[in-house]
Design a protein around this ligand. Structure first.
Ligand code: MN
Length: 401
């Protein structure tokens, strides 16, 4: 039996650029979160002493690899060295070999795959293990690198593990790098495929396992839920996987049913209850609130104050450990929500008060245009009404996105 840890997409020192309105203490905690998650991985390894650790690319968030991130990463690797744990790793599209960075020397327990597919070998209690992988030599590897992986040596009793940072060919939701198909991976006859690149944890195939462990720490509201790595045991052709959580802050979304909402405090209580439930399940969290099933009454309630004000009171009433990042209103109710808002109302009132001279002024660019002018008919009351409505819609759409 061999036992190893499979992680990928550490994205150490992610800048969390999109999040700007947090108080500084929380922002500091957030900026430390990728390191804290890595620390959880290292501690788990020190405690459980696996036979080896696999890191399948995107260790760093940026191709310039901040010094701080490198120092912290190397310190973790040194602790694994002290615990006698070998590490096999590759670089991905985010931390490709072509980037410009100040190099740290890695400790002797670490094997880094080069730009071509290479094979590393080790023996675990008499069992020969081969690990195959490569690092990105530049950011965009469009080539199907899978063609360069050797076939397994199953017949000779060797365990083969493939490490690959890339995505399934034709998968439109992500930039496709080093594309592969499930079939192409299975054809190699390996015992395990340790993938990286896709941040959502998923097992693409069970026997043998083809696995994305996801990232160690979510970085924005589209990287939801608890994040971590897999601990894998291989025994003959049997594999067992255990997910080990590492994230210290969980991004998630709560849905609030607004059917019955007629007062602000009802909504605040509903948000707090839903948020507490998430926190009890996952620990500290950053939540976006999605308001669904907006009744006319609820629309009326929300139109009385701006989104910023709602968010402000929500944050003020939040428990420790919960941060509300933003509000959304169910798509089809967006326009029903805002035409009534004070801003839209005042703009429409303004437009409605225009006399012919004001209209002429507002539209002079089109009416006096040498090409378009001659083709325009005189402005009717109906057209004015239409323009005023369009202006209202434009404003409410801009405000609600
Ligand atoms: Mn990544």
């Amino acid at each position: 039996m061999i036992r190893f840890l499979h992680t990928a997409d550490l994205h150490l020192d992610s800048p969390f650029k999109g999040i700007t309105d947090m108080p500084i203490s929380r922002l500091t905690e957030l900026r430390e979160s990728t390191f804290a998650a890595y620390e959880n991985l290292i501690q788990y390894a020190e405690k459980s002493v696996p036979d080896f650790v696999l890191i399948a690319g995107d260790i760093y968030d940026g191709e310039d690899r901040s010094l701080r991130a490198q120092m912290r990463f190397v310190k973790g690797l040194e602790r694994l060295q002290q615990a006698g744990i070998p590490v096999f790793m590759s670089y991905g599209n985010h931390d490709h070999l072509g980037g410009k960075w100040t190099r740290f020397q890695l400790p002797g327990n670490v094997t880094v795959f080069g730009p071509e597919v290479e094979t590393a070998e080790l023996t675990v209690r008499g069992q020969r293990v081969r690990i195959h992988g490569f690092s990105y030599k530049e950011r965009h590897i469009k080539e199907a690198m899978i063609g360069h992986y050797p076939n397994s040596a199953r017949d000779s009793g060797i365990v083969d593990i493939g490490m690959l940072h890339g995505s399934i060919a034709g998968e439109e939701s992500h930039a496709v790098y080093a594309p592969f198909t499930r079939e192409a991976l299975l054809e190699k006859g390996y015992h395990y495929w340790a993938l990286g690149h896709i941040h959502k944890r998923q097992v693409l195939h069970n026997e043998p396992p083809i696995v994305y462990p996801g990232n160690l720490q979510g970085r924005h509201r589209n990287e939801r839920g608890v994040k971590g790595f897999y601990e894998v045991e291989l025994e003959g052709n049997e594999a067992s996987l255990k997910f080990v959580p590492t994230s210290v802050l969980v991004f998630d979304e709560i849905e609030i049913d607004c059917t019955e909402m007629s007062h602000a405090n009802e909504w605040l209580t509903a948000c707090q209850n839903a948020a507490t439930e998430v926190m009890e399940r996952t620990g500290a969290c950053i939540l976006s609130v999605r308001n669904i099933k907006m009744s006319p009454e609820a629309s009326h309630l929300f139109s009385g104050s701006s989104n910023e004000e709602w968010l402000e009171v929500l944050r003020e009433s939040a428990d420790r450990g919960i941060w509300f990042s933003g509000l959304q209103f169910e798509e089809n109710k967006k326009s029903a929500l805002l035409p009534d808002s004070p801003l839209v109302r005042s703009v429409k009132e303004q437009i409605d008060s225009w006399d012919d001279e004001d209209w002429k002024q507002a539209l002079q660019d089109v009416y006096q245009h040498a090409r378009s002018g001659p083709y325009l008919s005189a402005l009717t009351a109906e057209m004015k009404k239409e323009l005023s409505d369009e202006a209202g819609k434009l404003i409410s759409n801009e405000l609600s996105t």
